[in-house]
Ligand binder design. Sequence first.
Ligand code: PLP
Length: 498
Amino acid sequence: MSNEGNLMKGEAARGLIFNEPLIFKKGKKGRTGCDLPEKLFPSTKPEKLIGASLLRGKAADMPEVSEPEVVRHFTRLSQWNFGVDSGFYPLGSCTMKYNPKVNELAAGLEGFAGLHPLQTDETAQSALQVMFELEKLLCDITGMDAGTLQPAAGAQGELCGMMAIRALLEKRGNARKKVLLPDSAHGTNPASAALCDYDVVSIPSGPDGLIDIKKLKEAMDKDTAALMLTNPNTLGLFEKDIKKICAIVHAKGGLVYSDGANLNALLGKARFGDMGIDVCHVNLHKTFATPHGGGGPGSGPCLVKKELKPFLPVPLVIKSKGKYSLKWDSKNSVGAFHGFNGNFSVLLKAYTYILTMGAAGLKDISEAAVLNANYVRAKLKGYYDIPFDRYCMHECVLSDKIQNEHHVTTLDIAKALIDRGFHPPTIYFPLIVKGAMMIEPTESESKETIDTFIEAMIEIAELAKTDPEAITSAPLNAKVKRMDETKAARHPDLNCCT
Ligand SMILES: *Cc1c(COP(=O)(O)O)cnc(C)c1O
């Protein structure tokens, strides 16, 4: 009987480990990967092309390598990396789901990939149609009225939303001074509020991990512009009193922003707009299946209720008499957020993903994502401390409290998972849980894979008791062993692992 999950532990997790020197250390003087035909590329002296004054005194020290050397070099580097296509990646708050390849196919279609952003609207009708329809789909999914696809990431979507809130309040006569944030908030939230010149006020979470309504009531006043929250919050818990929370903020003339990074838990089930939220962003690269991690490109559309629509960035994508066009004049707009129209290929992937899933498929996603997270939580109960032990949404948060008795920490557990062929979960976030491990299995994993991960977590918990050094010395199978993480970030030594 085959069991794909089991392939991930034992020998297969170790793989073939090659040594790969820096490319500068490979090759030989005079070696090249390709020869250009003399007829097409006559060897013109560089000084003739750019002028002698612009030439460097000594030729740059470039690697001189053959084609197979280049191919093997970069293939090996890619194999040293870990991605969703190579294994289980339960990085909480990041929704590292499998990204269907059909999305890439759509984004690579020549008619789209070959478009130039300066083409006229008439010659780019299909691209405009995709943007117009994607905006509508996202409004439908989140229960909002209008939006912009420009922001290049969730963080920029937050900035856009907070700028729109500020602009609306200014128009009403008073931009106000403060923004309230639960203490479990992602770091980008206070940063976005501060960039809009607001003072950030932290609201402590209650013992149930949710916003403390009493404290919120005390803090909410006529100097407060908005409450920024995440629902489900960063502990993976649904803010069940969200309607009441919105009413408290609205009663004093404030607005409510919801960070939509955890939308994978709500698809087809609940909508921000129906909860009373005024502005949100969604992370297309998380919820809507675009490969991410390592810096993008991402996309963080910002969606708003109609009273905030006049402040959205330009250009807006509009449809009139069956034709699509970009509308640049919008007198109250907060301005443009991106050159042209955002990261268009990410928009195409999200559009393809949403259409291939359909409404019923989107519902299945959140049901499976929530089921999987609860399965992990229930199976690891007793082995790990679960600070808020009740039904969670699409992710669960554990801590290293039990392992601390044997001087084993969350970092050690993360490293021991690497030895067992898994990407570690998010660690030490949210900050309000000491030694947090935030596990988000997503909907796209098989039960066998999740079971293998659970087995590894249990094995680690048991070793932490009986042979703690086996865990604190991890990783032993990885290419790079335990590092001084600060030094590795500040003074990277690319030679260290060859
Ligand atoms: C990922 C994330 C963000 C930021 O999104 P980016 O797309 O990385 O800028 C904000 N809030 C939460 C809760 C997140 O998980």
